[in-house]
Structure formats: structure tokens, C-alpha cells
Design a protein around this ligand. Structure first.
Ligand SMILES: [Zn+2]
Ligand SMILES: [Zn+2]
Length: 68
């Protein structure tokens, strides 16, 4: 039942002043101080094009399937 910590290559995890709540790669919270936002579908569509796995504002998974 223990959650294994996977190593995420996203540099946001190591930064101190991250202006994003969620990591775009693994979807983990990188800065709890930043409030989650509600995004429009257009925002998510744009992020999908930018190949973000997760939305950095609301944490929603954008790319599903066997991307990794
Ligand atoms: Zn991450
Ligand atoms: Zn979002």
C-alpha cells in the first residue's frame, strides 16, 4: 500500500519559487501556496498541444493512455 515515489524529471520540484501549483509532468503539487484554478477546456487543449501530461493550474490529467 505504500506509495512509491517516482522520480520526476521536471525541474519544478527542485525550485523554490515555483509559480505553478502542479507539476506538468507527474501532476504532483509543487507549490501548495498557489491556489488551484478552474480552467477552460480551451486552456487544456492548448496544454495538450504543448505535450503537458497534467494541467499546472488544476492538476487534471490531460494526456491519457500509454504516453509513459
Ligand atoms: Zn513532477
Ligand atoms: Zn486545468
Amino acid at each position: 500500500m505504500s506509495k512509491q515515489k517516482k522520480s520526476c524529471p521536471n525541474l519544478n520540484h527542485n525550485r523554490v519559487n515555483v509559480q505553478l501549483r502542479f507539476c506538468a509532468h507527474c501532476g504532483d503539487i509543487v507549490n501548495k501556496k498557489i491556489a488551484p484554478k478552474e480552467c477552460s477546456e480551451a486552456t487544456h487543449a492548448q496544454r495538450r498541444k504543448g505535450r503537458s501530461f497534467h494541467c499546472v493550474d488544476c492538476g487534471e490529467k490531460l494526456i491519457t493512455g500509454s504516453a509513459w
